[in-house]
Structure formats: C-alpha cells, structure tokens
Design a protein around this ligand. Structure first.
Ligand SMILES: C[S@@+](CC[C@H](N)C(=O)[O-])C[C@H]1O[C@@H](n2cnc3c(N)ncnc32)[C@H](O)[C@@H]1O
Length: 189
C-alpha cells in the first residue's frame, strides 16, 4: 500500500493506494479508531487542542469529533491525496493540512495532546518527528502513538523532551488482523 515519491517522503500514501486506504479505514477498521478515540480521550483535557500526525483519511479524527466535540482537532499528513480524503470525510470538523512530521507548521506549545496511529513507522526521520512533537506539545502535554512493533518507539522515547514513557500492547478490536502497540509519553518543559 506504499507509494514512493521522489526523494523526500518515502512513506507517503498517494493516488489509488490512498483511495483504497480511505475505504479500508472507514469501513473495515472503524472499531480500531473507536478504541483509540476512547483511549486518547482520557488524556485530553476539556476543550483541549489535539493534533493527529499522519492522519490519513482522518477516520480517527471523525471518531474523536463524535465522542469529544469539545476538542479542537487538527490533522496533518504528508500526502496531499490523504489530506483531500480527510477534508471530505471530516466536513470541516477538523483543520487538516499537508505537513511532514519532521517539520510541523505550528507554534511551540500549541497542543495538549498529539496522537499518531499507524503512521510513525512510515516517517523518514522519526528523531526529527520526536523533536517536533516535543516542541508543539505544551509542558505536561501527552503523546500517544498506536503502531506496529517495528515502529520507531525507541527513537521517539530517546528525545529528552519526553518523560514518563510507557509502552504496551493495545487491543485493536480486530484480533489477529491488526496487532499494535500503545506508546505514551509526557512532554517536559
Ligand atoms: C498507514 S497510514 C495511517 C493513517 C491513519 N493515521 C490511520 O490510522 O488510518 C500512514 C499515513 O502516514 C502518512 N505519512 C507518512 N510519512 C509521513 C510523515 N513524515 N509526516 C506525516 N505523515 C506521514 C502517510 O501519507 C499515510 O497517510
């Protein structure tokens, strides 16, 4: 399902692959996003600002809007095609823009919570992504990553901007079809 672009952005999913992913995410993986939304909601303060990195077609943001309409939701993705799918799916309930995890177009301390589902293992430069997440989270803000075992959890955890790092299994609701881990960390000042 990967589509390689020239030079920068090898993990981006574009074109036909993005259309297939949009259908898969909306129809088959809905239970997974509901579980993530429920889990992430516990770390989101009332009226808080949440950023979803590598949002793809934005289905997690759709579930978050449904369960936590108080949150200010933002999504980024490296793929312009995925941003278009997300904008269509979200109907204005979240701000979505094209951006690389390694170069987030936001002011420091803009978010209370950053999430990334099944995206971090695609990032070309996870160390730069970790630095950017630490920069855009307010002190005490939380990072939640839901991803497969080969995702760059250790690289992210190594950034000095994070404390209280924990990692463990996450029940996806899809059994053996999708296994994933949950990583959490708190941003320090
Ligand atoms: C497998 S999809 C996951 C999408 C969505 N988060 C989900 O759980 O369904 C991975 C997404 O990460 C995006 N991506 C890859 N590298 C990225 C990067 N460096 N910065 C932002 N997004 C990236 C891809 O374009 C793709 O939409």
């Amino acid at each position: 399902m990967r589509h390689h672009t020239r030079g920068h952005g090898h993990g981006t999913i574009d074109g036909k692959a993005s259309r297939r992913y949009d259908v898969l995410a909306r129809l088959l993986k809905r239970r997974f996003y509901r579980r993530i939304a429920a889990d992430a909601s516990r770390s989101a303060p009332e009226g808080g600002a949440l950023l979803d990195i590598g949002t793809g077609p934005g289905v997690l943001l759709m579930e978050l809007h449904r369960s936590r309409p108080d949150l200010a939701l933002t999504g980024v993705d490296l793929s312009a095609d995925m941003v278009a799918h997300a904008e269509r799916n979200l109907e204005g309930h979240a701000a979505v823009r094209r951006a690389d995890a390694a170069e987030l177009p936001f002011e420091p301390e803009s978010f209370d919570l950053v999430v990334a589902s099944l995206s971090a293992h695609h990032w070309d430069d996870p160390a730069a992504g970790a630095a950017e997440i630490a920069r855009v989270l307010r002190p005490g803000g939380r990072l939640l990553v839901y991803d497969m075992g080969h995702a760059p959890f250790d690289t992210i955890a190594a950034h000095p901007g994070f404390a209280d790092v924990r990692r463990g299994a996450f029940r996806t609701g899809l059994g053996p079809l999708l296994r994933c881990e949950r990583f959490e960390a708190t941003a320090v000042a």
